[in-house]
Design a protein around this ligand. Structure first.
Ligand SMILES: Nc1ncnc2c1ncn2[C@@H]1O[C@H](COP(=O)(O)OP(=O)(O)O)[C@@H](O)[C@H]1O
Ligand SMILES: CCCC(=O)OP(=O)(O)O
Length: 356
């Protein structure tokens, strides 16, 4: 069975082809903040991202007719349980309207579906960024009517958490982990015996700043900026998610470039990068309290977990809590494949998304 996997992230588009469990192609195409800056919305990026996918397929001699199924990273829908969902009209409508917000992952289902339609095959998403297992206490903010939301790297966090539990010689359902995904956005989650009971909103809300996200901000200063007349509503949203974090301070979403600058003696770049590590460590500390200090391991994953510099800064501050395990990069492409295969092989029932 041949499956095409499409994973649009905020700083990259990842494309993979699998024949059953074997990988035939895995490509990551990175997008600089400069390259994406002129798109007014995520949906406007559709042609650009599809071209990226088609170019990779053509270059490697694949044809859409070769595929039995298409699977995309799942985007901003209403909160749902973990699983493999068949892409349907209800889902497409919410994603196209960006009813629950804008993020590159909204394009995963749309691209997978449109390519699948051309050859009459099914399209799926697996564990989208809105998988919600938060406990009631975690949902409260200090303002009635504003609820904390579970928007995170659910797909990779779940896959890597299972791998870490296995490496600890235990089942995922028997361990407590704090998992940190270090990507264009950063999510820090408390996994308690197989359920993610709390996580920062990696897109907009709380938690550390990230390569292209502002993270938690002093509220009155934020209100002042919103009311200053300098920015429209749309510009303000883009400032917080897209032009925040490293992009805001250093003009780039590329952590490798930041490290190059630091190695050449850029002191400001070093301060900003270390401040990001500081905020990540602080959020790990918060999640340790969520787990009453009973933490089997802290797990660092995502693209920036490849950075020795950032990992060392985080380790210095959190190693007293639990051992730190590093899984650089991500398992998202294989996790998407496995979710689709479970359904295609009849091992699991496909789920259907309904608009509410
Ligand atoms: N070897 C590396 N050292 C430091 N940072 C890295 C390395 N490889 C990738 N990155 C950074 O990881 C980030 C992207 O992470 P990734 O998980 O692929 O992101 P996303 O899926 O959110 O686009 C970028 O800032 C990129 O520069
Ligand atoms: C929308 C939450 C997940 C996220 O931030 O993904 P990226 O790091 O790919 O932007």
């Amino acid at each position: 069975m041949k499956v095409l996997v499409i994973n649009p992230g905020s700083t990259s588009t990842k494309v993979a082809v699998f024949e059953d469990e074997s990988s035939l192609l895995e490509k990551t195409i990175r997008h600089s903040s400069d390259e994406l800056k002129d798109f007014k919305s995520i949906i406007e990026q559709y042609d650009f991202r599809v071209n990226v996918v088609e170019k990779e397929l053509n270059a490697s001699g694949f044809n859409l007719k070769d595929f039995d199924a298409f699977v995309g990273r799942g985007g901003l829908l209403h909160p749902i349980e973990s699983g493999t969902y068949r892409v349907n009209e209800d889902m497409l409508q919410d994603l196209k309207e960006c009813r629950y917000g804008e993020h590159a992952s909204n394009l995963g289902a749309i691209i997978a579906y449109n390519l699948a339609q051309k050859v009459g095959k099914p399209a799926y998403i697996v564990d989208p960024v809105v998988v919600d297992e938060m406990e009631p206490l975690a949902r409260y903010s200090g303002l009635k009517g504003i609820e904390r939301k579970s928007i995170w790297h659910a797909l990779n966090q779940k896959a890597v958490a299972r791998r870490a539990a296995k490496d600890l010689g235990k089942r995922y359902e028997d361990v407590n982990l704090i998992v940190v995904h270090l990507g264009g956005g950063i999510s820090v989650a408390a996994h308690k015996k197989g359920k993610t009971i709390d996580v920062n909103n990696a897109l907009n809300g709380d938690g550390p700043f990230a390569p292209e996200r502002a993270g938690g901000l002093p509220t009155i200063s934020l209100v002042d900026l919103c009311m200053s007349g300098k920015y429209t509503y749309e510009e303000m949203k883009k400032l917080l998610a897209g032009k925040g974090g490293l992009v805001s301070h250093l003009g780039t979403n590329n952590a490798i470039e930041v490290e190059e600058r630091i190695n050449k003696g850029d002191e400001y770049a070093k301060l900003v990068y270390e401040a990001m590590a500081y905020q990540i460590a602080k959020t790990i500390g918060e999640m340790a309290t969520v787990l009453y200090g009973e933490v089997d391991a802290i797990v660092l994953t995502g693209g920036i977990a490849r950075s020795q510099m950032l990992v060392d800064w985080i380790k210095e501050r959190v190693s007293f809590i639990a051992k730190v395990l590093i899984y650089p990069g991500e398992d998202e492409m294989r996790a998407l494949l496995e979710g689709a295969l479970r359904v295609l092989k009849g091992e699991e029932k496909e789920k259907f998304y309904e608009r509410i």
